[in-house]
Ligand binder design. Structure first.
Ligand code: ADP
Ligand code: ADP
Length: 210
């Protein structure tokens, strides 16, 4: 069933593929707001809400938060005024059940799959740093921050080697099958995510304009 909101875009890929990094550029290009389930869940954990309390244990060990929690969170987010012309989903859907439930509320027009092999993912995740003031994403080697910003950068609690192995396992078992699911529906574009941030961004922009 087609949903009530038209024209949403899904950024798909393993943890550390570069979804958050590319989201800002796509937001500027399309005018659609980014909806990151990871960001919403982290904000809920910090605020200590019921949502945060039920999600924290799963996030800390790198397991997916249960579908019913995520589906409720998305339904609420899509009620906001800025979602009427579609949104840019980052890190959602992550299971076939989430994708099926999304069909009831929003119509996806494009799925961009950013492809990066596992051996590059671990280095990306372990070296990732976040700017708590702006939300900007850095990397100690691939995207270093200026001296001024560097001192305030933080590392996510789940960005460690043992958790990332669990997140990759969850990705391969629960999330990766969604690529074929969207491909069968004619919506999937694959992008080689191992190139520079700028090259990956150019490729995504060209796929969205065709
Ligand atoms: P995701 O949102 O898919 O988990 P991020 O956008 O947070 O991924 O990127 C993960 C890490 O990899 C960050 O530290 C980011 O700076 C870095 N990164 C993103 N894109 C690239 C790229 N094309 N080449 C090298 N490093 C990248
Ligand atoms: P990354 O892209 O680096 O894996 P996210 O910020 O997207 O990180 O997600 C962090 C954690 O939040 C995940 O490991 C998982 O526990 C939870 N999470 C985020 N989005 C979803 C989702 N759509 N379904 C289930 N769990 C999710």
């Amino acid at each position: 069933m087609d949903g009530s909101i038209d024209g949403s875009i899904v950024l798909f890929g393993p943890p550390g593929a570069g979804k958050g990094t590319q989201a800002g550029r796509i937001v500027k290009l399309t005018g659609k707001p980014a909806v990151s389930t990871g960001d919403i869940l982290r904000a809920a954990v910090v605020a200590g809400t019921d949502l945060g309390m039920s999600a924290k244990g799963f996030m800390d060990v790198g397991e997916l938060v249960p579908d019913e929690v995520i589906i409720g969170l998305i339904a609420e987010r899509l009620e906001a005024d800025d979602a009427v012309r579609g949104v840019l989903f980052d890190g959602y859907p992550r299971t076939i059940a989430q994708a099926e439930s999304l069909e009831n509320v929003a119509k996806v027009s494009n799925v961009i799959s950013i492809e990066v092999p596992d051996d590059e993912i671990v280095e990306r995740i372990v070296g990732r740093r976040m700017d708590p003031e702006t939300g900007d994403i850095y990397h100690i080697k691939f995207k270093p921050a200026s001296n001024k910003i560097q001192s305030r950068l933080i590392q996510r609690k789940d960005d460690n080697e043992s958790t990332v192995r669990n997140r990759l396992a969850a990705y391969h078992v629960q999330t990766a099958p969604l690529a074929d699911w969207y491909d069968e529906r004619g919506l999937l574009s694959r992008v080689d995510g191992t190139r520079s941030i700028a090259d990956v961004g150019n490729d995504i922009a060209s796929k969205l304009s065709t």
